[in-house]
Design a protein around this ligand. Structure first.
Ligand SMILES: [Ca+2]
Length: 148
């Protein structure tokens, strides 16, 4: 009886295995590398750099974003970006809060922002464009339906 139970448990676990397989890295909208400069940013992606001027001349963290992200905190990237490069012909909107909330600004095809302080954007409830201080403030990213 116990043997039979153990066998059926094994079968249940085997059947459940595909569901518990972790998503491959290719499915994740964020991956992190170490590097610097615009050349470090792959095509069809939005690169967030840890430091100003695309990390300057020293290697530092770069988050390569290829899809919408509700919480950069899930990738240890919350409130860290200081410069960015949109290596894409599409657009992306970056938010000060998680889940695409709070102050926001949009970047368009191949935009390069060496310093995320004083970017032009929008603030909730304000009917006109405003200057935003987004250095170390980005918490979520929205990418359009077509991706990057
Ligand atoms: Ca930073």
């Amino acid at each position: 009886m116990i043997k039979k139970l153990a066998l059926s448990l094994v079968m249940v676990l085997a059947a459940a295995a595909p569901l518990t397989t972790p998503a491959s890295a290719a499915d994740e909208p964020v991956r992190e590398i170490s590097g610097h400069g615009l050349d470090a940013c792959p095509d069809h992606s939005l690169c967030l750099y840890q430091d100003r001027d695309y990390n300057g001349t020293e290697d530092a963290r770069i988050w390569i974003i290829t899809g919408s992200v509700e919480r950069l905190s899930a990738y240890d990237a919350n409130d860290r970006a200081s410069s960015l490069y949109l290596h894409s012909h599409h657009s992306a909107t970056l938010y000060a809060d998680a889940e695409h909330k709070g102050d926001r600004f949009t970047v368009f095809r191949r935009d390069q922002l060496a310093d995320l302080d004083r970017v032009s954007g929008r603030s909730p409830g304000v009917p006109h464009a405003v200057h935003l201080w987004m250095n170390d403030s980005i918490s979520s990213v929205w990418v359009g339906r077509d991706g990057l």
